[in-house]
Write a protein that binds this ligand. Structure first.
Ligand code: NAP
Length: 255
């Protein structure tokens, strides 16, 4: 499968979990990959692994809650490969899981800075580049939490709801100019985030078993598909991966 041959893709939060799986899937699909996260040792290791397998990949240290970092990430991508075909705003945090009355205001706000403002910063830095190119896809990794209310997750639910609104607003502004902005709601995924959720003991998501979660590779496959021409009709909304019809379009098991 080389459905993204020669395309230039950026994945934020690429040091582990869904983002690391997406970076590997992008490389397999023939893309040039920029891996971004705060932990540079992990993204350097994955970029080096991808280069060892014959792909073009670089690691860029970036905190998505800092606009200067995000702008620098885009500049480094242009220096690396001359353009930006796809940005995956995947970086996100679930900590600190806490009931509102017990939450730490600084940590709560930091989570919102990453999950919400980080998506805005990615859009703000990338859209002018894509407008100049006349093409591009932005995939914002969303969650069922964007449209639900869960105990201990006020920071997460509200910031994912805000990010979904950004998906809609951005696509309303620039969709149809050869650019698409789409969200992806993956369902629950077997990553470190679910380990943190389990240990919190709060709300029904923490009672799920590891085997209830889908593997990050499935989400990576959906991200590759959403980034490709095959998904050209999908824009301005969250693409919900729990939906069997959507899984079928991506080529994932529906059962
Ligand atoms: P994860 O394993 O905890 O990975 C999160 C990634 O985000 C890491 O690479 C982390 O890297 C990065 N990150 C966190 N804060 C960052 C910041 N300020 N700047 C740059 N990178 C940052 O979580 P995951 O499950 O793969 O989650 C990925 C995305 O999927 C998130 O947006 C999450 O909300 C969403 N999601 C997950 C699930 C699930 O069940 N796992 C379900 C629905 C949606 P560093 O710490 O190195 O920066």
């Amino acid at each position: 499968m080389r459905k993204l041959s020669g395309k230039v893709l950026i994945v934020t939060g690429a040091s582990r979990g869904i983002g690391a799986a997406a970076a590997r899937a992008f490389a397999e699909a023939g893309a040039k990959v920029v891996l971004a996260a705060r932990t540079s040792t992990q993204i350097e290791a994955i970029a080096s692994e991808l280069r060892g397998a014959g792909s073009e990949a670089i690691a860029v240290s970036c905190d998505v809650s800092n606009f200067n970092d995000v702008e620098a990430m885009i500049e480094k991508t242009i220096a690396f490969a001359g353009r930006v075909d796809v940005l995956v705003n995947n970086a996100g945090v679930i900590d600190p899981i806490a009931r509102l009355s017990e939450s730490d205001p600084e940590q709560w706000a930091k989570a919102a800075d990453i999950n919400y403002k980080g998506v805005y910063f990615g859009l703000r830095a990338t859209i002018p580049v894509m407008e100049r190119q006349g093409s591009g896809v932005i995939v914002n990794i969303s969650s069922g939490a964007a449209t639900s209310a869960l105990e201990g997750w006020s920071h997460y639910c509200s910031s994912k709801a805000a990010a979904l609104s950004l998906t809609k607003c951005a696509n309303a502004e620039i969709g149809g100019k050869g650019i698409r902005v789409v969200g992806l709601s993956p369902g629950t995924v077997a990553t470190d985030m679910q380990v943190a959720i389990k240990s919190s003991g709060l709300n029904p998501v923490s009672t799920l078993e590891w085997s209830d979660h889908i593997p990050p590779d499935w989400v990576a496959k959906a991200i590759v598909w959403l980034s490709s021409e095959e998904a050209s009709d999908v824009a301005g909304e969250d693409f919900v991966l729990r939906d069997p019809a959507n899984r079928q379009r991506v080529g994932l098991p529906t059962g």
